[in-house]
Design a protein around this ligand. Sequence first.
Ligand SMILES: Nc1ncnc2c1ncn2[C@@H]1O[C@H](COP(=O)(O)OP(=O)(O)OP(=O)(O)O)[C@@H](O)[C@H]1O
Length: 242
Amino acid sequence: MDREILLKARGVSKSFGAVRVLHEVSFDVHRGEVLGILGPNGAGKTTLFNMISGDMRASGGEIQLGDTALRGEPPFRRCKMGIGRTYQIPRPYSGMTTFENLLVAAAFGGGRSEKKSYAFCAQVLRDCELSDKANVSAGALTLIDRKRLELARALASDPKLLLLDEIAGGLTDDESKALVALVRRIRDRGITIVWIEHVLHALMAVADRLLVLNFGEKIAEGVPTEVIALPEVQRVYMGIEA
Ligand SMILES: Nc1ncnc2c1ncn2[C@@H]1O[C@H](COP(=O)(O)OP(=O)(O)OP(=O)(O)O)[C@@H](O)[C@H]1O
């Protein structure tokens, strides 16, 4: 695998008042990989995404995309720099059609003429198997299609780095397999992915490496099969006493 570092996080911390939710978390994301993030509820996973996307300001530490420090950059600038993300609670414009939602996201990511945006969004729709829902109002989509749309919206901003926040929950086995196949296709197109997911088998099917958080601290990082076999990971994540 190419070991070039696309995202570098060093000592990232976040507190809400006296409550510390992330403590000195450091890791690298290599270009072209899928890094899975595991951790029990409240471990700080989404907060970590908020630090990367700029939705929240870190209390300490540094994050770099390539050679560029992200400190002080607002979310829309980070999006234009190539960071796309999904949200645990999807945020489509429900009154707009699927295609219109993508056009808005593409305009936010920027850099394309209107004509090129149309062609690009049509391609993203095809990739995400949503072409036949292009003119359906986002509010009327089924769960799997809402998840596809959330992913498609992030892709429409043309990211180098895609942050996926729990997109596999609540799906049937077949739907979750289809989602895993889609994540693989996105990775194969050269987009680097960080995926927070509780659905372990989905994550294990595609992640190149895993990082585990517990109480805001990194407790493990490495090859997925080795990481999930660690006694501490078994204890905190799977509730298994070693
Ligand atoms: N805006 C906020 N104000 C205060 N506390 C917050 C805020 N956002 C998150 N927290 C707290 O920070 C901790 C970490 O939350 P976070 O959502 O990052 O966890 P998570 O690992 O993503 O959990 P889950 O798997 O349940 O989504 C939790 O205790 C949460 O209550």
